[in-house]
Design a protein around this ligand. Structure first.
Ligand code: NAD
Ligand code: TYD
Length: 337
């Protein structure tokens, strides 16, 4: 049995990861440490909450005493650190919690991992640490780290810190840098679920700037499959880019979803651009494909349809989310549209 501390496992990618791993393997025990911020939702984990290889602990990765206690109590051998503040727009509105959770929190986990001699520490990172691309080229692991948003700078700081623990202490650290994920349980502040839900509610679709910014989309389970592989076989001290070569302009995605839901384009509203908005992200995932044999299983055309269908069929899940606090955040960002 492998004992894994998964942090942020009640969020979008972390909950998909836990569901994926526990359905696939019975040789892994998962301790899910999550603070349950606005983005953490235990409903995402309903189907496995009674699994005997799983336990949930509500808590903050910044809390060193709690982290030490969990390492001791559960004999933690592996860490997969998903826990983070993850939304660029929120980091523009206020950045402190991003540096607390994403930088200080990662430091607490690394220190504990070092002291307790973890077998592997996987830091879940993002392609956004590489900054922005022009019309040509792809991010490779050799690209410079030039983050542009408070969010991406906090993730870059965590990456560099994790690598420094490898270089200085020989700690078995690996880093994954993935492109934009989509799929079930994504909090409806991110582009795809926000657009689906606004369309279902006949609300305006706020497209930033000229709508021509490009993101490289990957289905969340393809990301999780890669995380699993890197945890098993990734070379320590290494960074692995993860991406499914699916570049799309934002406006193309919005029009595609409108079309799937049978609505016309009059809902689209171009709004003021995001400050410092990165123009294009695109990932070269040759290394993970070549070294670890990873390939994406999901085709965008099908997986985006399945995702839209999931939101249509799981209205209860998002209705509960968009009532309450999220309303205030939305009004603050977009006005009362
Ligand atoms: P999310 O916002 O949906 O979930 C984050 C989770 O972390 C939540 O459950 C939240 O409660 C928890 N959390 C936040 N701060 C915490 C703290 N201090 N202590 C304990 N738990 C805390 O985010 P996500 O989209 O699932 O992203 C997960 C990870 O993947 C993040 O590290 C993010 O940087 C990275 N990532 C995301 C994407 C993407 O497209 N969403 C792409 C690449 C990398
Ligand atoms: P987002 O889902 O926030 O991911 P990230 O900024 O981390 O890539 O945004 C994806 C793209 O969609 C990004 O270029 C910003 C744009 N966007 C909009 O045009 N309107 C919106 O309401 C949101 C949330 C994002």
């Amino acid at each position: 049995m492998k004992n894994i501390l998964v942090t942020g496992g009640a969020g979008f990618i972390g909950s998909n990861y836990i569901n994926y791993i526990l359905n696939k393997r019975d040789d892994i025990f998962i301790v899910n440490l999550d603070k349950l911020t606005y983005a953490g939702n235990l409903e995402n984990l309903k189907s496995i909450e009674n699994n005997r290889n799983y336990t949930f602990v509500k808590g903050d990765i910044v809390n060193g005493e709690l982290v030490d206690y969990l390492f001791r109590k559960y004999n933690i051998e592996y860490v997969v650190n998903f826990a983070a503040e993850s939304h660029v727009d929120r980091s523009i509105l206020g950045s402190e919690v991003f540096y607390q959770s994403n930088v200080i929190g990662t430091n607490v986990l690394l220190e504990a991992g070092k002291r307790f001699g973890v077998k592997k520490f996987l830091q879940v990172s993002t392609d956004e640490v590489y900054g922005s691309l022009g019309p040509e080229g792809l991010f490779t692991e050799e690209n410079q780290i030039v983050p542009n948003s408070p969010y991406s700078s906090s993730k870059a700081a965590a990456d560099l810190m994790a690598l420094s623990f490898y270089h200085t202490h020989g700690m078995p650290v690996v880093i994954t840098r993935c492109s934009n994920n989509y799929g079930p349980y994504q909090f409806p502040e991110k582009l795809i679920p926000l657009m689906i839900i606004n369309i279902l509610n006949d609300k305006k679709l706020p497209v930033y700037g000229d709508g021509l910014n490009v993101r490289d989309w990957i289905y969340v389970l393809d990301h999780n499959k890669a995380v699993d592989l890197v945890l098993e076989n990734g070379k320590i001290g290494n960074v692995y880019n993860i991406g499914a070569s699916q570049e799309m302009k934002n406006i193309e995605i919005v029009k595609l979803i409108l079309n799937m839901l049978g609505k016309d384009e009059s809902l689209i509203e171009y709004v003021k651009d995001r400050p410092g908005h990165d123009r294009r992200y695109a990932i070269d995932s040759f290394k993970i494909q070549n070294e670890l044999g990873w390939t994406p299983d999901y085709k965008f055309e099908q997986a985006i349809q399945d995702t839209v269908k999931w939101y249509v069929e799981n209205k209860n899940w998002w209705v509960r989310i968009i009532s309450g606090d999220y309303q205030k955040y939305y009004a603050n960002l977009y006005g009362n549209k």
